[in-house]
Design a protein around this ligand. Structure first.
Ligand code: FES
Length: 93
């Protein structure tokens, strides 16, 4: 089976299943601010352009944060969202 791929700004890398989006973005050299790294603070939102079904379900802290801060449905916190299949993301502005 092929490894999951993350695409960001036209760059695609293969990652181990379970790698977080934040770890993958770091591998691509992206300096993403991430204050808490457990899904709660809301500093590392990414827009999922494709592959939402290829991501881990939100942990409780992320679920609370997504609702409390009224992020759109296609936004996830990079620090706690694990990649299980191909996905394309961009930074949430
Ligand atoms: S670093 Fe706080 S939500 Fe990701």
């Amino acid at each position: 089976m092929s490894q999951p791929k993350l695409t960001f700004q036209g760059q695609t890398i293969e990652v181990e299943p379970g790698t977080t989006i934040l770890e993958a973005l770091h591998t691509l050299g992206q300096d993403v601010r991430s204050d808490c790294e457990f899904g709660n603070c809301g500093t590392d939102p990414v827009v999922v352009l494709s592959g939402m079904e290829n991501l881990s379900k939100p942990v409780d802290d992320e679920e609370w944060n997504l609702k409390f801060n009224k992020f759109p449905d296609n936004v996830r916190m990079a620090c706690v969202t694990q990649i299980t299949g191909d996905v394309e993301v961009e930074l949430f502005q």
